[in-house]
Ligand binder design. Sequence first.
Ligand code: CU
Length: 465
Amino acid sequence: MLSWAETSSLPPSHPTSSEPTLANTSETSTSPLTELTSQDFQDLQPADLKERSVETLSDAAYLFGSSPQVIDPQHHAAEVNAFEGPATSPTISFSPLQSPRAQHPFNAPASDRRFHEELAERLQAATLLADTPNDTEGTEANDRNNKWDPGRPDSHAPLGVMGDHTHNKGEVMLSYRYMRMGMGGNLDGQNNLTPNEVLEQFQVTPLRMTTKMHMFGAMYAPTDELTLMVMAPYVIKSMDHLTGMGTNFTTNSEGFGDIRLSGLYNILDRNRQRVHFNAGISFPTGSISERDATPAGPDQVLPYPMQIGSGTVDLMPGITYLGQAGRWSWGGQGMGTIRLGRNSQDYRLGNQLSLTAWGARQWSKSISTSLRLKGRLLGNNTGEDPRLAPGNQLVPPLIPTIDPDLRGGSRMDLNVGLNFLAQKGFLKGHRFALEAGLPIFQSLSGPQLENDFTITVGWQKAFSP
Ligand SMILES: [Cu+2]
């Protein structure tokens, strides 16, 4: 990196008057920017700038005597991005205050300022080009400015969306999410049931359930098209109950859940929009034999919602769409969960379909906020865990959570989110995000516990090769 202090000690071949002298020259391909005419400058393509050395760009900065990043405050964020660029790109850093011509940029003549804006734009284009050495050169490279920008806070979807983005070749990303989901009260269809109403049908009713999840993730892109992702959850569950006799009890379970591998494959990247396929497979690494004390005994197999894994290999096909325009971005994802066969206890959980769509606004180069709708369809179980089936049919039946036909339903949540991407300091490049959601519609095969809230907080960091 060449700081202004260094550039200001370059040999005094640069013009020093406050009115830039733009000497005419015909050898634009090799001449420093200081010798370009304004017409030459108009004709200059981003690819030309990319060819030029850092010193040449510094020459330009010297000539114009002030930092392009303060010329037009309205475009401040974009220009700072351009000048901070990733470590692999030629980066210039200079400040008007340290300039030997430390004049306020707005003191410069209007024509001069227009020139500054042009310079800033061209330099930004050049820096963007330098970011993507694998990008196609030539005319297509000039479309670079019109491509989807991965460096914005909202270039990652709201935190609750998994497999939302892909990476450039060679990049690695690590992530951690903490999720907390609360459920409370029972629904049958869309109707609320009081605990007493449930106890008219069952001997025990669940009252509320808390699921906490530590989700560890890693992504790696072997090519620009393909990104691989692995997600490993550690799950902690707790469910409170009330019996018909009027006593309360709580069961707990925890452990590593089902590990998911995904391949994310880009199929479109143009006009600031992207589409990729998600091909996920979930392995039955999570336990389906969690036990705890209940009124029935000290070491009872817990009902379906308290188990940690599905017990089956699950396919998770999906498609993700992303778009950006100005300070806004949006996206959508559809994802299925198709469970294969039956697990070791001769049942399989219901298949799922999840559809989500969001919009986000970038408030600064570090902060964006989002609104997201998420809809889910969940099927009932197929088959039944023989360990949960009572030996002789109890009347009334024991508890709704062991009924394989009381697991399905449809839910719609509304989520608000915040993404933060640190742009400087020792946390530069680290992302922090949170998202919180409330249900706006639920219709469940009931009695079944209804969602109350979901909160997700997390960290992400990408590493370039
Ligand atoms: Cu990533």
